[in-house]
Design a protein around this ligand. Structure first.
Ligand code: MF3
Ligand code: CO
Length: 249
């Protein structure tokens, strides 16, 4: 069941979204060679708590940290560690959820560390382009399949593939609500979007193949072929005449 949010609930999600955006703004300068992903996690957690919010990922099905830190071929759910030291030329995605006054907001960005190669830069740009193209279709009355289809076609235009086993999602009181928002779709199918629905569109893209492997920690998802990956996500609300990003300052 897709839960339609009231204007009051959307205000609360906008506040959670502000916290998420603030985390990105404050943490980006820390993403330099030599920093560990455990350092990043500590910074993320302290900013979220300082803002009166809770890092909703921590403890979610036992997930041990406040942010997913996924480097290079890691597409999703990289666990912060003192042993993972960022180096020049890496790309890292930070995926995090803040919950404040009972409502969640979820977003992800992929960043360059130091000076990156052209391929890496391109992957970051393509993930955002996939998001922008999908978001541009969001309006009441549209089928979700149309929106999701735009993610895959945009990725394919650049020779990239998209995640099959992991998807975007609805969001609200819970981090994950109906509907599923895959990175692929069939136009004219799926739920019809209505004003007040809140969804996370999150292109997860692969430089090459989209086969994945989950590491022994039970969380870290990597591209089997070792190609680069990028991930971009925002929480948005369907409005009367389109949509609004909630994870922004
Ligand atoms: N933020 C992720 C998403 O986009 C979920 C992370 S899983 C967790 O859905 F266990 F880390 F919370
Ligand atoms: Co999400």
């Amino acid at each position: 069941m897709i839960i339609i949010k009231s204007p009051r609930e959307i205000d609360l999600m906008r506040e959670a979204g502000r916290v998420v955006a603030l985390v990105f703004q404050e943490v980006e300068p820390l993403l330099v060679p030599g920093v560990t992903t455990a350092d990043i996690d500590a910074a993320v957690e302290s900013i979220i708590r300082r803002e009166g919010a809770i890092p909703a990922e921590k403890g979610y099905y036992g997930y041990p940290a406040s942010v997913c830190t996924s480097v290079n071929e890691v597409i999703l759910h990289g666990i912060p560690s003192k042993k993972t030291v960022l180096k020049d030329g890496d790309i890292i995605s930070l995926d995090l959820v803040a919950k404040k006054n009972g409502y969640c907001a979820d977003a992800c960005r992929t960043y360059e560390v130091g000076v990156c190669g052209e391929r890496a830069k391109k992957m970051i740009a393509i993930a955002k382009e996939c998001f922008d193209n999908a978001m541009s279709l969001v309006i009441p009355g549209v089928h979700l399949g149309d929106v999701c289809h735009a993610i895959e076609t945009t990725a394919a235009k650049h020779g990239c593939t998209v995640a099959r086993e992991y998807t975007g999602h609805g969001i609200g009181r819970d981090m994950h609500e109906d509907p599923y928002v895959p990175c692929y779709g069939v136009p004219g199918t799926g739920p019809i979007l209505r004003e007040g629905m809140t969804i996370c569109i999150e292109p997860m893209i692969f430089e090459k193949g989209n086969k994945v492997r989950v590491m022994k920690d039970g969380w870290t998802v990597v591209a089997k072929d070792g190609g680069l990956t990028a991930h971009y996500e925002n929480t948005l609300v369907v409005t009367k005449d389109g949509c609004e990003i909630l994870t922004k300052l």
